[in-house]
Structure formats: structure tokens, C-alpha cells
Design a protein around this ligand. Sequence first.
Ligand code: FAD
Ligand code: MLT
Ligand code: ZN
Length: 473
Amino acid sequence: MTAADVPALLRETVGEGALITDPAGMGSYLTDWRNAWSGAAAAVVRPGSTEEVAAVVRACRTAGVAVVPQGGNTGLCGGSMPDSSGRQVVLSLDRMRRIRGVDPVDLTITAEAGVVLRSVQQAAAAEGCLFPLSLGSEASCTIGGNLATNAGGTGVLRYGNMRDLTLGLEVVLPDGRIWNGLRALRKDNTGYDLKQLFVGAEGTLGVITAAVLKLFPAVRSRATAWVALPSPQAAVDLIGVVRALCGDRLTGFEVMSRQSVDFVLRHQAGARDLFADVHPWYALVELSDTLPDAGLDGLLEAGLAEAFEREVAADAVVASGSAQVAALWALREGISEAQNFEGPSLKHDVTVPVSSIPAFVERTDRALQAALPGIRIVTYGHIGDGNLHYNLSKPAGSDDAAFRAMAGELARVVYDSTSSFDGSISAEHGLGQSKRDVIADYKDGLELELMRGIKRLLDPPGLMNPGKVLPSA
Ligand code: FAD
Ligand code: MLT
Ligand code: ZN
């Protein structure tokens, strides 16, 4: 079968209405929002039901055509992009947007894979519940993509990542069979936990079509502070101070270097600095509670008072009112976008044990400055989970192409340092295309062998999102 025969095959399978083949129509499916990744495809197919997904996967398998599942296309590792051959099919879940049910007694929501994360949050809120996954891309990313990447974000500290939030899945396997694992049970010890194979598999083991997810009681009060810090050690100490005082009410703890905040102040309309002095680090601390009047402002102020006393915090503002809370979160969530205005952003999404963060930052910054003097290091992230985004921008005024050419060398610097602290080179974004080869140097050989075995078992011809996750042979 040639690429030219693929549209006819899919037309026969799901009809003309579910198919895009013209270059203009396929455009937004073949490049990501940063223009960091692009590809070509024989067709984009948009099935409207699980049965249609299964029919597409079966037809492609019979024809020997590779399938690339795609959700909101916000992934940061090129996982949802086809290769450049023009022979692969992009299977978009963007017509599978039904919330099949919300159950406030079982505290579950059942949603199709193409439902946008924010719609799930809103559907939960309408029933007095909380779906706690929260990412900067939540207005565009989908539940299927969140599951396939085991997404993290800003609520992991309290509620866990997507793996922790998943009770059941419906999956179309690479041979076209439908696995209905949409169970809503909190306990089920009947052997291997198969759903967890598909969470974080980045579409290499099948197409997720729906999920049962955990809900929590709605949050009715919040307190949010922006804190200036003298060092990464102070950030780690501040987590300790607030957690000791507030326990599980600590639901967000994000940290940003001054360089990260500078980019937002420069590029985000309306962004403004909170303090007269410039500080090397900042933290965004959020407490929340299910009680409407939980006295959280007082609790947060008590924590900050202790932090000042111990010289952990240099300055702080507790937000008054929802507009200021939103402004603080915009300063944090705007970093990723603001960095795009400064030339290529080389992304490294790493975790180390929280206690190692200060030494890790010190060693990594030093090694990066030695590798490329003047490099702008945009370090920020979910420090409460030990997760830093060690993103890099070129030295001011230097050449984009020369910086891009150093991407591999600079990644090595960050990953070698991460590895020396027993960390992981992908905390929450996955491996996709960008880290599929480099992972071979940082992951145990036996683990990779087991992963390859699972891939062979489920997808012997290797047609489900090839070229992603697993290192090339
Ligand atoms: P896509 O990008 O479409 O796909 C991602 C991967 O999942 C691909 O490998 C794709 O093949 C696969 N896939 C998609 N749908 C399915 C399906 N139904 N079945 C099987 N495989 C599928 N990520 C975080 O974890 N934490 C963050 O804090 C965070 N912040 C971000 C902020 C910004 C501004 C941006 C742009 C991205 C951020 N991300 C973050 C990354 C990204 O949003 C997440 O990885 C998200 O989960 C991807 O969802 P998506 O629907 O866009 O998936
Ligand atoms: C974030 O937390 O803002 C993203 O995961 C990081 C990124 O865009 O690099
Ligand atoms: Zn993140």
C-alpha cells in the first residue's frame, strides 16, 4: 500500500466526514504550538466513537500503516507528531469529547479521551467536586494526552499525577480489539494492573478512548503567597516550614528563578514585579481547604512569619482577592510562553530528590555556564515534587542556529548532573521523540528490555506510534 492509497482505505472505514487530507486542513495537526516539531501524514482521521477508532486501527494494521494518536497536540517531546515520510496516519481524538458521567457518590468522572482537561475540571465543579490535575496547557490538552503522558502539573504535591488519578480505562489495542477496563473501583487486586501499562506509554501500546478518573471534594477556600527567596536551599526549607504547619492543606509549591520571572515581566502584558528589590528565587505557595472559612490566610501568615524568623524568606505577599491570585499564577504559568520570545528554548524536565535540589542546581548551573558562558538558565517548576524545568535560552544577542547546534551537548550536561543525583531525565513530559535515544544512557538495561518485550507482545509489527519512547534498535 502506498501513501496515496491510505485516504481511500480510511474513507471506506469511517467515511469522508472524518477524514482530512488537504495540506491546509492537516496543518495544525502536523506542527506543535512552539513550531518545535512538525511532520507529514497520509491523512488525519477523526473518529467519533470507540468503534470507529477500532475500525481505523484494524484497517491500518491490515494495510501496514502506522498510526499516531493525537490529543490537544500540546506535548513537549514530539510524541504526537508523525515522522516526515508522509505515510503515517494521525488519529486525532478531537471528536471524542463526551463526558459519559459524573458520580459525586463514587467520586468519579468518566470522560472520553478527546475531552479537554478544563472541561473535565468544569464538569466536576458543577457537581461540587474537584478534578485536581492542573497544567498551563489545560485549555487545550486532552484527557487522552494527559493519560498517555502521565501528566503532572501544579497539584501533584497533594493529589498525585495522572497515574494516581486513574481508576479505569477503555483502550483500542494495536490489533483493533477494544479493551473495556472502565471500572470505577478503588480496590481491585485481581492480578496485574493493566491500565497502568497504557498510562505514560505515549500512545505506543494502544489508543486510549475513555477513562474513569478520581474526583475529590471541592475546594472552598484558598490562600496564595508569592515569596522572595535567597536560594534554592531556602525554597526547600520553606516547604518544610509550611508543610509542618499546614499538612495536606499545602496543595501547591512552585519555584522560579529570577531569570524565569524576568522573561515573564518582559513579555507578558500586565505582568509586574511584586517587590522593589530583585531576588534570585521566588516561590508560589498555595494552601487550600474544603471548608469555606478555614482561616488559611492566618495559617499562611504564621508560616511566613516563621520563615522570616529563620531567614528562609526575604519578602512575601499574601494575595488579597481572586484577581491577585490569578495574577500570581499568571506570573508562574506564563514562563513557558514567555521563553519562546527569547529564541529557541531547550527543555529539560527533570526530577531529583527534593533534599538534593540545592546541590543539584549549584552543580548544574556551574556546568552549564562552563559549557556555554552567558547561557540563560530558566529554572522553575514543581519543586515540591523535586521536579525542575531546566530550560535553557541562548546568551543574549547570540545566534539561534549555533545555540540549537549545542542542544545535545547541553542536554548531556543537565542529564549527567541529574543522573549523578539519582534523578530522572523525564519527570512529567515523557520521552516522545526528543528523549527516546538519550534514555538508553540513563535507564537500566533490564527495564528497557522489559519495555521492549511489552511493546512486542502488544504491537508485534510496531505500527502504534513508532519512533517514540523506545530507543532505536
Ligand atoms: P498530545 O500532545 O496530543 O499527545 C501527547 C502524547 O500522548 C503523544 O505521544 C500522543 O501520541 C499521545 N496521545 C494523545 N492522545 C492519546 C490517546 N487518546 N491515546 C493514546 N495516546 C495518546 N505537562 C505536564 O505534565 N505538566 C505541566 O505542568 C505541563 N505544563 C505545560 C504548559 C504548557 C504551556 C504546555 C504547552 C505544555 C505543558 N505540559 C505539561 C505538556 C502537555 O500539555 C502535557 O503533556 C499534556 O498531557 C499533553 O496532552 P495533549 O492532549 O496535548 O497530548
Ligand atoms: C510547566 O510546568 O510550565 C511546563 O511543564 C514546563 C515547560 O513548558 O517546559
Ligand atoms: Zn511542569
